[in-house]
Design a protein around this ligand. Structure first.
Ligand SMILES: Cc1cc2nc3c(=O)[nH]c(=O)nc-3n(C[C@H](O)[C@H](O)[C@H](O)COP(=O)(O)OP(=O)(O)OC[C@H]3O[C@@H](n4cnc5c(N)ncnc54)[C@H](O)[C@@H]3O)c2cc1C
Length: 445
């Protein structure tokens, strides 16, 4: 077996979208990177597979834009529920292209990992789990990597990432001593926990389930959201159902549903059962085949974790709970936080990230995430959606109101946007931050 670099400048832990993007961008800036993942790609990841214009912008920067979704592109969102149907095209924005896509995570993540592994300066190791972390002062001084056999149901057939190191039979544990560590180990963030990451369950979080189904409408250029998410008794739950076509080449949709919860107002629903009912209702319209690969997961959101950095380490992506509370998307923030982290590291090497990383996350996402958390919390009130849903989705005001809502729910507003909606959204974000005392949850406790 090839030896792993024992003293990389940067160790990236986790090679989902966040970690692979961080490894690629760091290598592009001249760093020597060791990127490790416990899984061997291609592997499954519970996700809706939807790529909004925010994600498409970042994928373009990584040089993989053309390979996304075999060319499948979405024009925007069709919203359904409470007796109404609205079509909301992706908005014009200074920063994001007005196109989206969708691609199975088994393929997207393998593509991104291969892109990182192909960079000069990246050594990728798959099937290695970061198991032990030694901290000296506030800095990670050593990480022990154990050869790991992932659960068979998460491993998919396909070519491994070219050039990636995999453990051989009886490979011993390896301890590496990196200068910097970027932790991109996903929603459960086992390494983040060892470093003191705390998840604030009193904040809004998601529970979601997804499955795949063959369809006659896989090439349809619109993604669909059903805002009136009911269970078998007809009770409306805070959240939404989605159908994301995966393009004609794939021939399937990703279908799923997610519900919002807080510790004091738990959703109290079985999302897998909710998904079965939702799929049954959509089946005739979408000519759906059997549901396959049904999985579910929890989703901390809106930056609701603390202790995301230390002297030489930063948490990015889901590990830093960078997921939009209003729609559950996080691939775009995974890719963006990778870029932010590498830029910070490049700009102030050796200066320590304990304060600067949460401050940068707060400056970039604090207003939008704080506002979104407050709005998402309102949605968890049992009477909120049944009262406001019909008002928003029916009548002459529905089209402009819900087109704007779709833009804001997707956080498709950039600092450079000057239109009135962007200005009001940014002002509301400043108000939300002021209302919560100006402190971000990412801060070190
Ligand atoms: C049901 C559901 C639907 C969703 N739908 C969408 C959607 O449609 N669009 C969207 O943008 N977002 C969606 N999201 C969110 C999205 O999946 C995440 O935000 C995204 O995967 C974050 O990427 P990441 O790289 O931070 O983490 P991950 O993609 O989870 O990658 C983490 C990686 O770390 C590895 N790892 C973990 N522990 C270790 C360790 N100890 N050592 C080494 N490696 C380790 C894992 O094997 C994994 O490969 C959805 C989430 C759920 C649950």
């Amino acid at each position: 077996m090839t030896h792993l670099i024992a003293d990389p400048e940067i160790l990236v832990i986790g090679c989902g979208p966040a970690g692979s993007a961080a490894a690629a961008l760091a290598a592009d800036r001249g760093y020597a990177v060791l990127a490790v993942d416990a899984a061997v790609f291609p592997r499954d990841k519970t996700c809706g597979d939807g790529l909004t214009p925010r994600a498409m912008a970042q994928l373009g920067k990584l040089g993989v834009g053309d390979a996304i979704g075999d060319g499948y592109r979405s024009n925007g969102l069709k919203l359904h529920g409470f007796g109404g149907h609205i079509t909301a095209a992706w908005p014009e924005s200074a920063a994001f292209p007005p196109i989206g896509s969708a691609m199975r995570r088994s393929r997207l993540d393998a593509l991104l990992a291969a892109g990182a592994a192909a960079r000069d300066g990246v050594q990728m190791a798959c099937g290695f789990k970061a198991a032990e972390v030694t901290v000296t002062g506030g800095a990670v001084s050593g990480v022990t990597l154990l050869p790991h056999s992932p659960r068979p149901e998460t491993q998919l057939p396909g070519s491994p990432v070219p050039g990636a190191v995999v453990p051989g039979p009886g490979s011993p544990p390896v301890t590496v001593r990196p200068k910097y560590v970027i932790v991109a180990d996903g929603v459960r963030s086992p390494v983040g926990k060892k470093l003191g990451r705390i998840w604030h369950r009193e904040q809004v979080f998601g529970t979601a389930a997804r499955a795949y189904a063959a369809t006659g409408r896989a090439a349809e250029p619109w993604i669909h959201s059903h805002l009136e998410l009911t269970d078998d008794t007809g009770t409306v739950h805070p959240g939404y159902g989605w159908i994301f076509p995966l393009g004609g080449e794939d021939g399937h949709v990703n279908i799923g549903c997610g519900a919002l919860s807080t510790a004091d107002r738990p959703a109290g629903v079985n999302t897998t059962a909710l998904l079965r009912g939702y799929a049954a209702r959509c089946s005739a319209d979408w000519r759906l085949g059997e549901l396959t690969a049904t999985t579910s997961a929890l989703l901390p959101m809106g930056g609701a974790v603390s202790n995301v950095a230390g002297d030489n380490w930063m948490l990015i992506g889901d590990a830093a709970a960078c997921v939009n509370p209003l729609n559950g998307e996080g691939i775009d923030y995974a890719l963006e936080t990778a870029e932010l982290a590498v830029r910070l590291l490049d700009g102030q090497p050796g200066a320590g990230f304990t304060g600067s990383w949460p401050a940068l996350l707060g400056a970039t996402y604090g207003r939008a995430f704080t506002l979104a958390r407050l709005l998402a919390r309102a949605l968890t009130h049992p009477r909120f959606l049944p009262l406001t849903g019909p008002l928003a989705m029916r009548g002459p005001q529905a089209q402009p109101v819900m087109s704007t809502a779709a833009r804001l729910m997707g956080n498709l507003v950039d600092e450079a946007d000057r239109d009135i909606v962007s200005r009001v959204w940014r002002a509301a974000g400043r108000g939300a931050v002021a209302l919560t005392g100006g402190r971000q949850l990412w801060d070190t406790t």
